[in-house]
Design a protein around this ligand. Structure first.
Ligand SMILES: [Zn+2]
Length: 428
């Protein structure tokens, strides 16, 4: 069994008709339950004049069900003094974990824990990606994480019979990471990010570490946070690392590349995913409904994420949909009739040697702008006037719009993180 490509062969390769049958059955169970238990869903549906009895099929769902989004959750939260924004469908006493950012610092030590192997639970579909990466029972799995640290990921890894080893998602933890990677030889890592790859590039030689050698035990590495830049990709290729791009599925789950590296797979037996308002260039908004979540289900959640998407079978044989993240709808700037997303600017910035880290922000005051304004990070101490001209020329060539450019040291932008990414759009 461990040589097989899929951990859940039947589910991962089921026909489109079977996927839709599963979705419809789960949806028709979820809807009355969510309407009854989620104050946000009930208020949204009542305002739209829709009742669960009006939804008897996937077609009804697509035609009638109103959307929710982050703003509607925030508004409900503020209006009703409800920290969960009206999404919580269970009694607070039933909550087993609340995930939030980790502020932990200090000098961690190894703590062994004993929990029965083979547990399953929410988010379990991630097992499929981890299996694809090469994780097998009795393997160790390095987890280098900053947020949602806690039982979720740990439980999923343990449900495969593997075991997590924890690190901080910070260059300060590299020494421990290299030492324990050598001693324990974990096979997978969750996760690298752009800032960590950049830090590895500069710090590893100073530490006397050959990254290719030190990380040769890793069969697969989750890459998360932001799109993978060309420079970072070239660097990790040089180190012989296989990265699996991993991104959010509209707050109802996650999507991850397989070994074909041709889009991020999402699992349609656990989520109903729609691709709406697709424009001529093939950019549409990802809208997702969680089918298995009874704690705080989101129904027709508009993610604000612009993606390319396909529901065609992947070369790996899996039949579920895939998408390519392009940016956030709210980050678009229209300059002289041309729509620009941070992802469009990225290759132009990192093509300039002093800006190879690809750290930049689009300065945005409104959707429409007369000029594209960028704040761009640089390494070292180059001659700024020449560098500015170089960045302007590169962006003009790649994006088709000549920008106004403010140059700042990379560190000034990295300080804006969370550690795995920086805000790509800033208000002026
Ligand atoms: Zn695939």
């Amino acid at each position: 069994m461990t040589d097989e490509r899929y951990i859940d062969p039947q589910e991962e390769t089921m026909s489109r008709a079977d996927i839709e049958r599963v979705q419809e059955a789960k949806l028709l169970e979820l809807i009355p339950w969510a309407y009854e238990h989620s104050p946000l869903i009930r208020a949204t549906w009542d305002a739209a004049g829709v009742h669960p009895r009006d939804v008897r099929s996937l077609a009804d769902f697509r035609e009638r069900v109103p959307f929710v989004d982050k703003d509607s959750i925030r508004q409900f939260r503020d209006a009703h003094d409800d920290p969960y924004g009206g999404t919580l469908c269970i009694d607070e006493s039933e909550i087993s974990a609340v995930f939030s950012t980790s502020g932990t610092t200090g000098d961690p030590t190894l703590v062994a824990e004993s929990v029965p192997r083979g547990e399953t639970g929410p988010g379990g579909a991630l097992r499929r990606e981890f299996w694809e990466m090469g994780v097998r029972p009795d393997d160790l799995f390095a987890v280098m994480l900053f947020t949602f640290r806690g039982p979720g990921l740990s439980r999923i890894i343990r449900s495969m019979g593997a075991a997590p080893v924890w690190f901080d998602h910070h260059p300060d933890d590299f020494a421990r990471f290299f030492a324990w990677s050598a001693a324990l030889e974990p096979v997978a890592l969750y996760s690298l990010s752009g800032p960590l790859i950049m830090a590895l590039q500069y710090l590893a030689p100073a530490m006397g570490v050959d990254v290719a050698d030190a990380m040769s035990c890793y069969r697969g590495i989750i890459y998360a946070g932001e799109p993978l830049g060309l420079r970072a990709k070239a660097k990790t290729d040089e180190w012989g690392l296989e990265l699996f791009v991993h991104t959010g599925l509209g707050d109802v789950g996650a999507a991850t590349e397989c070994k074909e590296h041709d889009g991020c797979h999402f699992w349609e037996d656990g989520a109903l995913v729609e691709w709406l308002d697709v424009d001529e260039s093939g950019r549409g908004e990802l809208v997702a409904t969680s089918l298995d979540d009874r704690t705080a289900p989101l129904i027709r959640y508009r993610s604000d994420d612009l993606v390319r998407m396909t529901f065609d079978r992947c070369a790996c044989g899996r039949t579920h949909g895939r998408f390519w993240p392009l940016g956030r709808k709210g980050d678009e700037v229209v300059v002289g009739g041309r729509t620009v997303l941070p992802l469009d600017v990225w290759p132009a910035v990192e093509a300039v040697d002093d800006c190879a880290a690809g750290l930049f922000q689009v300065i945005r005051s409104a959707r429409e702008a007369d000029v594209l304004r960028l704040r761009v990070g640089y390494a070292g101490s180059p001659a700024l006037d020449g560098l500015r001209e170089e960045v302007i020329a590169s962006v003009a060539t790649v994006v088709g719009v000549a920008p106004e450019v403010e140059l700042v040291p990379n560190d000034a932008l990295l300080r804006l993180g969370p550690p795995h990414k920086i805000p790509r759009v800033a208000k002026s």
